[in-house]
Design a protein around this ligand. Structure first.
Ligand code: X5A
Ligand code: ZN
Length: 649
């Protein structure tokens, strides 16, 4: 039976005549008006909540829920977790005086855009989570889902960041604890399964034992957004709140159902049983979902439904879901639907999975259990050997060109590497500390595409944009020009592929086969730069921010690249130029190039990713490089490109 509007009463939805659980939903189109000021594309887009709502309607699920109207948060509730100044800033964003200052304000914040509708959306997002939480706590609803944006969990007491303006979930938790003693909510479990760390929420309840904050997120030794140590498992809370903050920091991307469920079974669920919450608030970002462009993980709708189902054993199933991140429209719609079906107790879920967690997942889980077992006795037992042997190897991919070293040696080196970066990070937390060290080391960056034209390459060093480029580069933090330039040929295969690229628009761009082949010859222009600059070039080539706390290639990784001839650093493993290949040495300085990974090369070869002749602007730049470098005449350069573009792989 369809129910809509702010109706109450018993909902007889099930064909067995079983009384369905009352699940509240809030969606309001007004929150779609928060958008980029200039119409630029952004992953945190209005369609995110639209597609979720449409999916719930299409599946006939929203009709079986109690649909509530949205509400604006009250300032006094926002001020339970935010400063007056911050609330005022967001409140006055849409005023006339702010029309000209909004872009400036946004640009001074980390990953925030603002328009005239941002203020209202932020108030509605926070107020709607408060409203659902109130009704679930009261017992008027069994559970609920606030389909809101902007998201909230990155927002700190005095600062908007990470697409978040108000910390919606934190406001709701604080409201229940401090404003509604009548509801009898004394202990709240906040589960944050967004792929990013819930830094804002963590800080707001850092010393508060009434709130157990659990966040599982990509961390990668502090390099993943929001970078730094906040998301580490060592951050357990302080004072009375000590032990009431639990972080599960993945040290790699690609985690999927098996990894998340292992964290559930061996950390979250036993702790939740001991904590025995009165209500659960779920920071339900869906950016760990398979297909998410920012997350890189692989949680399926089924995985989300099992995670949620396992939480329903607590607090009499009183669960308030609030949308956080999630940027693949298809994935977030399907994941949301799977979750609401669980809240409705629609279908039986058998929690069985053939996949195993990664080896690194067990390492993280064991570290978390060890750090927290003093507060939660159920974490004290060692995990059985049999259990942790159910694993797949950590997917750091190595391309080995010599048989002299076994994969085991490589794993040993990698283990050493990860230890190194952890230690470095703890000893030395200055933001740019790595730069000074890597500035002392020279490498040759061997370019084989448009970067062979020096002015184009200099965009990556000094910043800027040459003719034909669609986008400007920010450049390296060290803007000094290359110390030397030499040309050489190497036994690798040049080819062109992709449909289009951000720098050049429609058309292919150059790649080198990551493996050597002595029947092929590629012309390369070698620039002698520092390893610091090489990192900045690598980041820009892969569309990553150069301003990172950790280098992509540190000294250990350079060593590894030299020994193994090629490495795939985790930070760029899913990017186009994910393979860093060492081509040997020149004057005792290692020669590095960057190209696609072997697995992407295989996709080019099979046609799964198109081979495509270069874009016009790209080809012109390429030719200029070869001609001005004195390698070829214009005709010869064209012939070189034509041959590479027309010979099958
Ligand atoms: C809510 C959320 C992500 C921010 C990423 C900024 N924020 N690079 O998923
Ligand atoms: Zn996120």
């Amino acid at each position: 039976m369809a129910m809509a509007g702010e109706s109450s009463g018993i909902n007889y939805g099930d064909c067995d005549g079983k009384v369905e659980r009352k699940v509240g939903l809030i969606y309001d189109e007004t929150m779609c008006k928060h958008d980029t000021p200039d119409g630029e594309d952004h992953p945190e887009c209005p369609d995110r909540i639209r597609v979720i709502w449409e999916m719930l309607q299409l599946a006939g699920v929203s009709q079986r829920c109690v649909v509530l109207g949205s509400s604006k948060a009250e300032d006094k509730h926002l001020q339970l977790v935010h400063t007056k100044d911050h609330v005022n800033l967001v409140k006055t964003l849409s005023t006339k005086q702010k029309d000209y200052r909004r872009n400036k304000i946004a640009s001074q914040l980390n990953s925030i855009y603002l328009n005239g509708a941002s203020s209202e959306a932020a108030y509605l997002a926070a107020g709607s989570v408060v409203k659902v939480a109130e009704k679930v706590a009261q017992g008027e609803l069994d559970s609920g889902f606030a389909i809101v944006r902007p998201p909230g969990h990155h927002a700190e007491t005095d600062e908007a960041m990470g697409f978040c303006l108000f910390n919606n979930v934190a406001v709701a938790a604080s409201y229940l604890l401090n404003e509604r003693p009548d509801l009898g909510v004394n202990k709240i479990l906040i589960v944050d399964w967004d792929v990013h760390h819930g830094n804002g929420t963590q800080k707001m309840f850092w010393k508060d034992p009434r709130v157990l904050f659990f966040s599982v997120h990509r961390h990668e030794y502090g390099s993943f957004y929001p970078a730094g140590d906040d998301g580490d498992y060592d951050m357990v809370g302080e004072g009375l709140g000590e032990g009431f903050n639990i972080n599960v920091p993945w040290d790699q991307g690609r985690c999927g159902d098996a990894d998340y469920l292992a964290a559930w079974d061996h950390i979250l669920i036993p702790v939740a049983r001991e904590f025995n919450p009165d209500i659960i608030l779920l920071s339900a970002g869906f950016d760990a979902a398979i297909g998410d462009p920012l997350g890189g993980c692989r949680v399926t709708p089924y995985g989300y439904s099992v995670m949620l189902k396992k939480l329903m054993e607590f607090a009499h199933g009183k669960i308030v879901m609030a949308l956080e991140g999630g940027y693949n429209l298809d994935s977030i719609a399907k994941s949301s639907l799977a979750c609401v079906q669980v809240l409705l107790e629609d279908k039986e879920i058998q929690a069985s999975s053939e996949a195993y967690p990664f080896e690194s997942t067990w390492r993280v889980i064991q570290a978390v259990r060890k750090r927290l077992c003093a507060y939660w006795p159920s974490l004290a037992d060692e995990l059985s050997w049999k259990l942790i042997n159910q694993k797949v190897p950590t997917p750091i991919i190595l391309i080995s060109s010599s048989d002299s070293e076994t994969e085991d040696d490589a794993q040993g080196l990698l283990d050493q590497m990860s230890k190194l970066s952890i230690e470095n990070h703890q000893v030395d937390t200055a933001r740019t500390s790595w730069r000074a060290d890597l500035a002392k080391v020279d490498v040759w960056y061997a370019s084989f595409g448009s970067n062979m034209w020096k002015p184009r390459f200099l965009c990556y060093i000094q910043g800027g944009q040459v003719d034909g480029m669609k986008k400007a580069c920010v450049g390296s933090m060290d803007k000094s020009p290359p110390k030397e330039i030499v040309w050489k040929t190497f036994p690798h295969r040049l080819f062109f592929g992709r449909e289009s690229s951000a720098s050049w628009g429609v058309g292919g761009v150059g790649f080198a086969n990551p493996l050597a082949n002595h029947n092929d010859q590629i012309h390369m222009c070698l620039y002698r730069i520092t390893l610091e600059q090489f990192n900045d070039v690598l980041c820009q080539e892969n569309g990553l921010n150069v301003d990172t706390d950790l280098p992509v290639i540190d000294l250990a990784a350079l060593q590894l690249a030299e020994n193994k001839s090629a490495i795939i650093p985790e930070a760029v493993s899913n990017s186009w130029y994910g393979s860093v290949v060492c081509l040997g040495k020149e004057c005792d300085i290692p020669i590095l190039t960057m190209t696609c990974t072997l697995s992407v090369f295989e996709k080019f070869k099979s046609g799964e990713i198109p081979l495509r002749p270069p874009a016009k602007a790209y080809a012109n730049t390429f030719i200029r490089g070869l001609v001005e470098g004195g390698r070829f005449s214009a005709e010869e350069a064209e012939a070189y490109i034509d041959k590479a573009a027309s010979t099958p792989l």
